[in-house]
Design a protein. Sequence first.
Length: 192
Amino acid sequence: KHIVILISGTGSNMAAIVRAAERERWGVRLGARVAAVISNRPGAKGLDFAREQGIATGVVDHKAFDSRETFDAALQAEIDRHQPALVVLAGFMRILTPGFVAHYAGRLVNIHPSLLPAFPGLHTHQRAIDEGCKLAGATVHQVTAELDHGHILAQAAVPVLPGDTADALAARVLTQEHIIYPRAVAGLLQTM
Ligand code: GRF
C-alpha cells in the first residue's frame, strides 16, 4: 500500500509520518510505505527531508497553471504515478476541487490545527485566543469537497495558557499533530 504525502512548506507532519513508518516498521506490519512526497511549491523545505530519506519527490507548481481545475488535474496525474492507497495532506495549503476530492474519495485525509468543527479556515490559533478558548488542538479528518469538514478520525486538545501568543499555541498544537497524525494514518491503513 503506497502512501503519497502532499506538502506546501516545512512538512513537519510529513516527517513525523515518515519517521513513524520506519520506527513502527509499517512496511512489514502494514504492507505500507511512503512512496512519494509531492509539493505545490518548488522551494518547500519538506522536499529536502524527503530526498534525504530517499523518498521520491514531485513538484506541481500551482503558479504554472491558469485554473484550479488544470492544476488539480496535473496534481492528480503526478500522484497517480505512485498508485496510492492513501493520499495524506500535511500542511498542504491549497483548496482542492470537488473533482479531485471525488477521485480520492475515502482515501484522502488532512490535518487541521483546530478542534473541528470549531475554527475551519485560517488563523485558527489567533481566533481561539481571541475567543478566550481554554482548549485548542488539532483534527485529522477525511477530506470532502467542503473545506475543513468531513468525518473526524482523530483529535488532540491542548490548553490555551494565559498570555499565549498564536506562535506559542501553534507550537504546542504542532507537537500533538506529530503524535496523532501518524497514529491516525496507521489506523486507517489497517482498515484498507
Ligand atoms: C500545521 O499547523 C498543520 O496543522 C497545518 O499546516 C501547518 C504546518 O504543517 N495543516 P507542516 O509543518 O508543514 O506539516
